[in-house]
Every structure is written in structure tokens, then in C-alpha cells.
Design a binder for this molecule. Structure first.
Ligand code: SIN
Length: 284
């Protein structure tokens, strides 16, 4: 579509756009907001470089997409519990979000979107990769589409595919963690193919670290299909890559994307503020 109040430049072959011509610290008009919303639906992830935002301004912009919800496994900032800091120090090895996933897919109503605001970035590296789950669905063969359309996946907060689960992951970070002992109780079943409530498009709802089995299948059947779907949903042809500098703000739609944070900046610091946008539908 043609935009009047923002400049929209695609960054990937099938997803992602940079948005220019807008200062998110200033109050936005209804037309600007409507165009940003439309651009997100069309591109699945939007990147705004060069923004200078207070936490309040960052929260105010995020709320234009929906209510903010806390992330269950990390304590938020003291005065802003809906915002948490993803910080990796130069002497740390592991990063947060380094495996493919779509945020909080283990909830009954997973969040609509996620916003990251770059506070401090490494001199190079530290990008986020995102994958377009519409393309993941659309590129399946017709027989495979018929197989997955009738199936439900089981999504767990406990990272069951990872040795030691959620606890082992959180133990490698210096975050102030929360609810880690309850991670195994956080589980939901969702259709493997979900219909986006706003675009009406179908997406293959694969969340790399959370999807761990297919409801009703034997372990062997489930492992084979989950393995195939995870590989397929991370095909490079469906991805785009977001590079950051301080002041870059990114928002993505969790209903049709998954993502992973690259860990290719040894010896450097990366600090992001993450806000999670709730109000999502029950996938159907
Ligand atoms: C996340 O998975 O929420 C973090 C992504 C990133 O830090 O790039």
C-alpha cells in the first residue's frame, strides 16, 4: 500500500521494513498510527532507527499496539515491571533468546507483539534474525498442509528440548529471574496452523524452543514431525535480519514470526529494553 505519513523500505525478501520520517518521542497522529499498524501487518517487523526515547515514551508507543504484559521469567525494572533489560556483559558467554522461538507461545493467549529498544550495542554483530511463519506455511506441499492443518502442538515454558530446561538457561544469565520453578506448569496446546486475526493469513505456528510435541501422536511420530517443522520454519529464505545501533526500536508481530538473537559479539556489551505487548487472541 502507499503510505503518506511514513517512509517504508523493505529489508528482507519476504518480511521486514525500516520506517523513516517519524520521531516516536512526539505524540503521533491517528493517520501515522494507522499507517504504522498497517505497515506492521504487511511486513511483520518494523525497524525505526535513530530514536531517542525515555522509558515512558517507549511504553507509550508500545501501548498503541496493545496492553503491556510482564515477561514471566525475568523481573522487570523497579519502576517499570513491564520492561525488562536484556543485558549481556563483555565477560558473559551465553545470550538470552539465542534459539528460535516466538515469544511466550506457552500461554493460552500468546502476546501480539514484542518491542526491543537498543540502549547499548556492540561495535558489530548482535543482530536479531526473524522468520516469516506465513511463508513457512505457504511453502509446505499440499499433502503436508493437509497433515498439519488438523494438528495441535504442545508448547512449554520449560524449554523441554534443552538439557536442564528453563532453569539451566536462566542460570547462565545474570538476570533477576522469576517463576523459573513454575516453568513446567506453563504449557498450552495450539493449532500448528493458526489464522492471523487481522490479516486472515495462515501461519505455521512453530516456536523453536517451546514446541516440543504434537498432541495425540506417539513420541516417535511427534519427534520426526516436530524436527521437520522446526528446520523448515527456520529456512533462511523466510528470514530477515535486524541490525541495531543505540536508539534503534524494533517491533514484531508474534502471531506470524519467530526470532533468535545472534551471539556473535564476544567481549562486547549489548543492552536492550524489551516490552511485551499482550491482548493476543487464542490461536485458532
Ligand atoms: C528475545 O528473544 O526476546 C530477545 C531478542 C534479542 O535480544 O535480539
Amino acid at each position: 500500500m502507499a503510505y503518506r505519513t511514513i517512509e517504508v523500505t523493505p529489508i528482507g525478501g519476504t518480511m521486514g521494513a525500516e520506517i523513516a520520517g517519524i520521531d516516536l518521542a512526539r505524540p503521533l497522529g491517528n493517520e501515522q498510527l494507522a499507517e504504522i499498524h498497517q505497515a506492521l501487518l504487511e511486513n511483520q517487523v518494523l525497524v525505526f532507527h535513530g530514536q531517542d526515547l525515555t522509558i515512558e515514551q517507549n511504553k507509550a508507543f508500545a501501548r498503541r499496539f496493545g496492553p503491556l504484559v510482564p515477561y514471566p521469567f525475568v523481573k522487570g525494572l523497579d519502576d517499570h515491571p513491564e520492561v525488562f533489560e536484556i543485558r549481556k556483559e563483555p565477560d558473559e558467554e551465553k545470550n538470552f533468546g539465542g534459539a528460535w522461538h516466538t515469544d511466550m507461545s506457552f500461554e493460552e493467549r500468546p502476546p501480539v507483539g514484542t518491542m526491543l529498544y537498543a540502549r547499548e550495542t556492540p561495535s558489530r554483530g548482535g543482530d536479531t534474525l526473524l522468520a516469516n511463519l506465513y511463508r513457512a506455511y505457504e511453502t509446505l506441499s499440499d499433502p503436508m498442509k493437509r497433515v498439519v492443518e488438523g494438528l495441535k502442538g504442545v508448547y512449554s515454558g520449560d524449554l523441554k528440548g534443552r538439557r536442564g530446561g528453563r532453569k539451566a538457561l536462566m542460570d547462565t544469565t545474570r538476570f533477576q529471574t522469576a517463576n523459573v520453578e513454575r516453568a513446567g506448569e506453563m504449557e498450552a496446546e495450539h493449532p500448528l496452523v493458526r489464522t492471523h486475526p487481522e490479516t486472515g493469513r495462515k501461519a505455521l505456528y512453530v516456536s523453536g524452543s517451546h514446541l516440543y510435541r504434537i498432541a495425540g501422536m506417539t513420541d516417535a511420530e511427534s519427534a520426526a514431525l516436530v524436527g521437520f517443522l522446526k528446520d523448515h520454519a527456520a529456512t533462511p529464505d523466510f528470514t530477515c535480519r535486524v541490525s541495531y545501533r543505540p536508539g534503534t526500536l524494533v517491533v514484531w508481530d508474534n502471531r506470524c514470526t519467530q526470532h533468535r538473537a545472534l551471539n556473535d559479539y564476544p567481549g562486547e556489551r549489548r543492552v536492550m529494553h524489551r516490552l511485551t505487548i499482550g491482548g493476543g487472541d487464542r490461536p485458532h
